[in-house]
Design a protein around this ligand. Sequence first.
Ligand code: UDX
Length: 444
Amino acid sequence: MTARITVLGTGYLGATHAACMAELGHDVLGVDLDPAKLAKLQAGEVPFYEPGLQEVLQRNLAAGRLRFTASYEEAAAWSDVHFLAVGTPQKKGELGSDLTAVESVIDQLGPLLREPAVIFGKSTVPVGTAARLGAAVRELAPAGDAVELAWNPEFLREGFGVQDTLHPDRLVLGLDRDNPGSGRAEAVAREIYAKLLAEDIPFLVTDLATAELVKAAANAFLATKISFINVMSDVCEAAGADVTTLADALGYDGRIGRGFLNAGIGFGGGCLPKDIRAFMARAGELGVGQTMAFLREVDSVNMGRRAAMVERTRNAIGGSLLGARIAVLGAAFKPDSDDVRDSPALNVAGQMQLHGAAVSVYDPKAMDNSRRLFPTLTYASSALDACAQADAVLVLTEWAEFRTMSPELLAQQVRNKVIIDGRNCLEPQQWRQHGWTYLGVGRP
Ligand code: UDX
């Protein structure tokens, strides 16, 4: 069955969702206030780097299943099923999340809903938000109680957005059982996701609060795993053990799993850091801040990894960063992304510059975004260029291009053959064989 849906917000989440829903065969209208973004999308251009998304976008524009508009009037008149997919960044100077965009969508859409409608929230919001937004939209809408608000959190990873949307690990749908509206949300979701359900992807139907919490808890757990293995890497260094083998061995235990056990300079990006902070803030409001205190430690362990990398570099080059030339390979918060939001790599680069080092940065995709965020760093046009006359080479994002670099070739560029692997993504032996001092994280 073909559904007619709108996706409100065409940032990373919304653009991916809109294109993928069209790929499932639905008629999709993407709505955004930013005319530049809309023009790009309408022309088949993805405004950020996401492997595979451009093809899906272009294919569905060409098929006439997907288009974009700035008009909420058009959206409300065209469909009665709306996905809310705007961003919820961290508030400036506070741990909580900034819900301005989510609230503004409701304020704009609500008064236009004259007929029964279903709104699916996808944005990551503090638990309790969906119930509040539901009450607000019923108040604003001429259709009143016939408007149903449900929550359908997304779990997509940057770099795997298409795959994670079309073949997710699970689908979660939270329903407002006290305010069922037209009572159609579950049936509509089953229709929209019919192809996914046919693949036997687990579909969990629950209440609004649980649906909102699934996302917060999943990210908190993932962040905890990373900080756990990073703490273990310190223990490994103290004991002369190898954290990579430790993680492999732990990973074979099905209860633990190998995923998210890579030690290094820790997690960053537009999601994990802000989501665990928003979760802590919300837990505090709910009166369970104390039991969630461990998340503060998870966050603090994570932020400490960045300073530790600066220290490691300082020690590796003889005790002072002042006047040293440092090559930083990688600026994105993870490979296959051009996203530098809260990127550990850029943060380390910035800190080293503040300590007086001359830092030269190269990233395969994130150069423009990095320049915007950190205009004072020096940017090189290739990995080799960045390493010219370097006293140390730091690999801070595990791009394939860096994993396969030739130690011999690089040796001709640098002043000192010191390589520091902030992501444990290189083969230590291979580098040592060619006379390099190799330093990983938690590896002997
Ligand atoms: C994350 C969640 O995975 C996703 O489910 C959620 O919807 C949004 O947040 P994303 O931000 O795209 O997705 O990145 P992810 O792949 O989870 O990586 C987050 C950070 O953790 C990166 O900086 C990465 O380098 C780091 N990381 C990841 C580690 O340091 N070690 C690991 O073992 C895994």
